[in-house]
Ligand binder design. Sequence first.
Ligand code: 5GP
Ligand code: MN
Length: 341
Amino acid sequence: MLLKSEVERVEEFKNLLGSSKSIVITTHHNPDGDAVGSVLGLYHTLKSMGYPVIAITPNGFPEFLSWMPGSDLVIRYSEQKYNAVNYILSADIIICLDFNGFKRTEEMGDVLMQSKAKKILIDHHPQPESKFDLQFSFVEVSSTAELVYEVLLSCFGANVVTLDAAICMFAGIMTDTGSFSYACSRGRTFQISGDLIAKGVDVEKVQSLVYNNFTADRMRLLGFSLNDRMKVYPEYKSAYISLTKDDLKKFKHKIGDTEGFVNLPLSIKGIIFSALFVEHDSFIKVSLRSRGTFPVNTVSQKHFNGGGHVNAAGGKAFMSLKDAELLFENVLKIHSTELNS
Ligand code: 5GP
Ligand code: MN
């Protein structure tokens, strides 16, 4: 339940929804399961209540998320720039989900800042960086999808959440917690998931659509990454996987294929810090994960132009893949004491 101090914000949100002729719901670049799940969860619910909503993502999303009901209705800014810009600039309110700074939407961020719409944040990342007119920002909540449900519950009650919305929100919670294995130590996450399941979500089907829907090439890339591209540093309780553009090409890489790879080294006994480096044309995409208190968001902020959560963060390195690996080794030396404490 939201605390009493949030009641005023709930009222303000309801008033803003009620007085808007055009509502845009959006999320971060390269949307993940929680981003797509919370956008569509909120979209379906508000749409079914008659609100004038449009869902926009900065770019496309992987196949393992495209099965979500309504994914074909989402406007991809990168593919339909003209329409997306028009909607953003003429919106009365823009609901920003699962990110804490406009720059997380990349190029679309400039348009968001230009828009005179009231910006509302619903998110679980620490310390929102951009200016929002109204914020529902809770770091302790497992996922933005869980928080969207909580906000809807406080605004309108559970009955307004449709089955399609429930499926999307459940998928958001499930993916952001690694199928309820991390970031879900609050019982509330399970209560809300239970409520969503009670609405008719087929858990086994959602699991299969997300995790048993890969190409053979992706599975081979996974094997190759672990066998040929993983370096383990037991003395720092750390490991990384790095993939070149040629590696990706060899395994016919599609967007989303490396999702989850960064978590795998954490399954090695004793490893508490893991990284994934993926070579792109003009930068190295960096993903960081940890167990316990080692704060990868601070590491990402300091060394990899990024941020995120304590145990899951990301960023970019503007250097060669080799140099990113060397930088990582340096980071291990710098943080040696914390890693071994
Ligand atoms: P992933 O490693 O799955 O790309 O991202 C994990 C988390 O790190 C995301 O949920 C997000 O909070 C954060 N993150 C990823 N990339 C960036 C980035 O470029 N900048 C910032 N500030 N955070 C990022
Ligand atoms: Mn999230």
